[in-house]
Design a protein around this ligand. Structure first.
Ligand SMILES: NC(=O)c1ccc[n+]([C@@H]2O[C@H](COP(=O)([O-])OP(=O)(O)OC[C@H]3O[C@@H](n4cnc5c(N)ncnc54)[C@H](O)[C@@H]3O)[C@@H](O)[C@H]2O)c1
Length: 251
């Protein structure tokens, strides 16, 4: 019988910000579909837990404490990854933070932190994995952007700029790396239920949901499902794209 096209047996993947939320869900979904998965996070305790849960699925895993906004930390992370797995097939740039406030109140430090953790991190990680992927003449990269990188959001100038930057990075790298059969795509989640959005008041959450055509908040699983598709052979002919996953909010 022909193998399912979403079967990652023999593939090795790295998910940044894999300690909780969307990153954890993507990591577990990849492992559930047969991949060996390393997870990295700035939070050592949560990333260790995700890694243990991946091992419980019968896969090889590695928990890496790393700050993806630091080039030294990213270099050590990729070195540790390659030492354990030997090659990298899939990279998911998921780690992210928010520091929301209106422009007039936004401090330079709020801008820098959000740009560094969301955008510079993706540049650093892509740069480190590009060489082994180019050598292997294959690879799949998915950057976790956001719908606010497409439509903007009051109070999120820093975050929206970082997420829009990820889209430009995605398209440029898709063009640069296409000759080696490496695809680079982005997903743009809408309003997804995680610790990041738990900060919102119930009133604000309801206002968001009222505007969503599918009338519900998204779940980390909704994002993981799309990422699985984009890094599978089903998406071999898709590169430089931004897949919006938001219940129809942006269309
Ligand atoms: N939740 C949403 O509604 C939503 C919507 C659009 C996009 N996103 C994006 O999805 C991604 C995951 O978000 P989430 O909702 O799961 O958030 P989350 O806060 O639950 O998880 C983010 C993870 O990133 C880690 N992290 C933070 N700074 C880091 C650093 N410097 N180095 C390494 N790891 C770091 C955190 O420790 C955490 O485990 C983010 O890029 C976020 O911007 C989320």
């Amino acid at each position: 019988m022909e193998r399912s096209l979403i079967d990652f047996s023999g593939k090795s993947a790295l998910v940044t910000g894999g300690g909780r939320g969307i990153g954890r869900e993507i990591a577990l979904a990849l492992a559930g579909a047969g991949a060996d998965v390393a997870v990295s996070d700035i939070d050592e305790e949560t990333v260790r837990k995700t890694s243990e849960d991946i091992k419980a699925l019968g896969r090889t895993s590695l928990a890496i404490k790393a700050d993806v906004s630091s080039s030294d930390s990213v270099s050590s992370m990729i070195a540790a990854f390659l030492e354990t797995f030997g090659k990298i097939d899939i990279l998911i740039n998921n780690a992210g933070i928010t520091r929301d406030t209106l422009l007039l109140r936004m401090k330079e430090a709020d801008w820098d932190a959000v740009l560094n953790v969301n955008l510079k991190s993706a540049f650093l990680c892509c740069k480190e994995v590009a060489r082994p992927m180019i050598k292997a003449r294959e690879g799949k990269i998915v950057n976790i952007s956001s719908i606010v990188g497409i439509i903007g959001n009051a109070g999120q100038a820093n975050y929206s700029a970082a997420k829009a930057g990820m889209i430009g990075l995605t398209k440029s790298l898709a063009r640069e790396l296409s000759g080696r059969s490496i695809t680079v795509n982005a997903v743009a989640p809408g309003f997804i239920q995680t610790a990041m959005t738990d900060k919102l008041s119930e009133q604000d959450k309801q206002a968001f949901i009222d505007n969503i055509p599918l009338k519900r908040i998204g779940l980390p699983k909704d994002i993981a499902n799309a990422v699985l598709f984009l890094v599978s052979p089903l998406a071999d002919y898709i590169t430089g794209q931004v897949l919006t996953i938001d219940g129809g909010l942006v269309m």
